[in-house]
Ligand binder design. Structure first.
Ligand code: NDP
Length: 400
């Protein structure tokens, strides 16, 4: 039995609250806290109506360590699930350290003023978490998250050595708007408008990051249950930990699908400066263009009832087993309308929120529990893979 404090009542937070309430045999007490209390109230009422589960709510400013420590000391949870934004990772990790409470998140720390993410600052907590006897699980969403677990599962059951990995992320959902993002627009647009990057070993066997212009590398991949889609190479955070933990790796890349309309809108917004993260002066007040754009765009949490179609996210791994070459594809297909029926959320929030709940469940059941700071592939993938099948994200393995 566990008491969890969920921070962030956004699109993903909603799914986490629903899934924790569905698993109330493990999560016997749930507290949801966010900046805006009215969002917490809404989700509290939903959960009561659907599952007859009572949850507590609170307002918190997760940018303030003091505020967080005060809340954690009052609520006394066994762990904190950080489902706010990547900007809050370090303050929440710090508050967990000060109060001796386990931590989990779904996205890598990002500084609001630099559109760049890396694990360095979160990994730097490892010794202090270990000394305090608490654990942090980093990136327990889908990608990062399930994709890391797929890689660990491939390594454990299918290969002696994995040489190449392609992570393939397709969202073929249609929400009917000319332009909208499926999760926080600011985080999403910062990610996809950044330069691409992949990792490869050179002839001397040294691993190097190779940078590309945004969207410069494109391939067409035939996604099962969806069909062929243009897929573009991006940098994505799970590659940073996977290059450390997957044996024999020679190359890893990440591809995401984008439709022509999305790319044209994004290019246009970028050309006129709407993706800028530096404040600009407008009639006497300072505004950050990308934050203003977020205000204009549809709230991802409202896309659920209008989104139709499927997502397919997976990995293709190539390597050697018993001296022979092998190539496998592990993926999950998720249907936007089905996830809406279950949790009032579209599939991008669902595919992130379900793994966050599973990560917390495995920690609270002591199946994944070790003091220190960890990425997903550092644990036994089997219990996580079993939970995916049970909790609404069944997966397939194909030999290619
Ligand atoms: P939303 O913008 O919908 O929700 C974020 C929530 O965090 C909002 O409710 C917001 O509160 C709250 N919040 C923001 N700042 C603060 C603060 N200072 N104090 C307290 N609460 C705060 O985002 P999503 O739900 O779409 O995304 C949530 C997280 O999931 C993000 O970190 C995102 O990067 C990650 N993600 C991970 C994926 C994966 O596969 N690993 C995929 C998709 C998302 P308020 O509404 O009051 O402003």
């Amino acid at each position: 039995m566990a008491h969890v404090l969920i921070i962030g009542a956004g699109g993903v937070g909603r799914v986490v609250v629903h899934k924790c309430a569905q698993n109330s045999d493990i999560f016997d007490k749930i507290t949801l806290a966010s900046r805006t209390l009215s969002k917490c109230e809404r989700y509290r009422d939903e959960v009561k109506e659907r599952y007859d589960v009572d949850i507590d709510i609170a307002a918190v400013d997760a940018d303030s360590v003091e505020d967080l420590v005060r809340l954690i000391e009052k609520v006394k949870p066994d762990m904190v699930l950080n489902i706010a934004l990547p900007y809050q990772d370090l303050t929440i990790m710090e508050a967990c350290l000060q109060t001796g409470v386990h931590y989990l998140d779904t996205a890598n720390y990002e500084h609001p003023d630099t559109a760049k993410f890396e694990y360095k600052e979160q990994w730097a907590y490892n010794d202090r978490y270990r000394e305090k006897g608490i654990m942090a699980l980093l990136g327990s969403g889908f990608d990062p998250g399930v994709t890391n677990v797929f890689c660990a599962y491939a390594q454990k059951h299918y290969f002696d050595e994995i040489h190449t990995i392609d992570i393939l992320d397709c969202n073929a959902g249609d929400h009917g708007y000319p332009f909208a993002t499926n999760f926080n627009p600011e985080i999403n647009l910062r990610e996809v408008s950044a330069k691409g990057r992949y990792w490869q070993k050179d002839e001397k066997g040294e691993g190097k990051w190779i940078e590309t212009e945004p969207m410069a590398i494109k391939m067409v991949w035939d996604y099962p249950q969806i069909g062929p889609k243009d897929s573009y190479l991006l940098y994505h955070e799970e590659m940073e930990s996977l290059v450390k933990h997957i044996k024999g790796l020679k190359r890893i890349r990440f591809f995401m699908t984008f439709g022509e309309s999305y790319l044209t809108h994004m290019q246009c917004l970028e050309n006129v400066g709407m993706l800028g993260i530096e404040p600009v002066e407008h009639e006497g007040c300072k505004i950050v263009p990308i934050q203003f754009l977020k205000t204009l765009l549809p709230d991802p949490a409202t896309l659920g009832p209008r989104t139709k179609g499927k997502t397919n996210i997976g990995i293709v791994a190539e390597g050697i087993k018993d001296g022979k070459k092998r190539k496998i594809y592990i993926y999950n297909v998720c249907d936007h309308e089905e996830t809406y029926k279950e949790t009032l959320s579209q599939a991008v929030s669902y595919t992130t929120g379900v793994p966050a709940m599973i990560g917390a469940k495995l920690m609270m059941e002591s199946k994944w529990m070790r003091p220190g700071v960890y990425n997903m592939e550092q644990f036994d993938p089997d219990p996580f893979m079993e939970e995916l099948n049970r909790q609404g994200l069944p997966w397939h393995v194909e030999e290619l």
